[in-house]
Ligand binder design. Structure first.
Ligand SMILES: [Cu+2]
Length: 187
């Protein structure tokens, strides 16, 4: 009799613990990632943090030493930022869905497309946006989000000019001037 009571108590404790873990899982287990940006001289000019959410990836970034005005920023398909190649090493836009480039394109956009950004007179860019086409977790068929964490990595590339949101393949956005490789945060 006594041992049965103890067993029941043990089972009840376990059930309570399991229920708590399940409630907390969605926020605690969200993956995060980061990037360190370099310019064409290979100098570090800023950093970004990426946070997965149920609705896309929040990107926060601080970059300095830029020319004031409008410029563009995309995810590119390869996680290699080699200044010697003028960041051509990062490949084309992240685009596993084989869409066309641009928010103005009925057959677009690329998963890596993002809105233009503005650099202040102090040469600093402060980014806080959500890209709802991607995930840094597992690709999600239901939401049609593709994971940017793949075999050859992914990079964020900043171009010298604004994206016109329609020209192929990259919005006529000018030279690649800053690049950062996405690194998964350790678990
Ligand atoms: Cu680009």
């Amino acid at each position: 009799m006594r041992s049965t009571t103890l067993l029941l108590l043990g089972a009840a404790t376990f059930v309570t613990f399991a229920a708590n873990a399940q409630t907390q899982a969605p926020t605690e287990d969200r993956p995060t990632a980061a990037a360190s940006f370099v310019d064409l001289d290979g100098k570090t000019v800023g950093s970004a943090t990426l946070m997965d959410t149920p609705n896309g990836v929040v990107i926060r970034a601080e970059i300095e030493g830029l020319k004031p005005g409008e410029l563009s920023m995309h995810f590119h398909q390869t996680g290699q930022c080699d200044p010697a190649t003028k960041f051509e090493s990062a490949g084309g836009h992240f685009n596993p869905a084989n869409a066309q480039h641009g928010f103005m394109n009925a057959d677009g956009p690329h998963g890596g497309d993002m809105p233009n950004q503005f650099v202040g007179d102090d040469g600093k860019l402060s980014v806080n946006l959500i890209n709802d086409m991607i995930t840094i977790g597992t690709a999600d068929a239901e939401s049609q989000r593709d994971s940017i964490i793949d075999d050859d990595g992914t990079a964020i590339v900043i171009h010298a000019g604004a994206d016109d949101y329609q020209s192929q393949p990259a919005g006529n956005s000018g030279d690649r001037i800053v690049c950062g490789v996405i690194q998964m945060a350790p678990k």
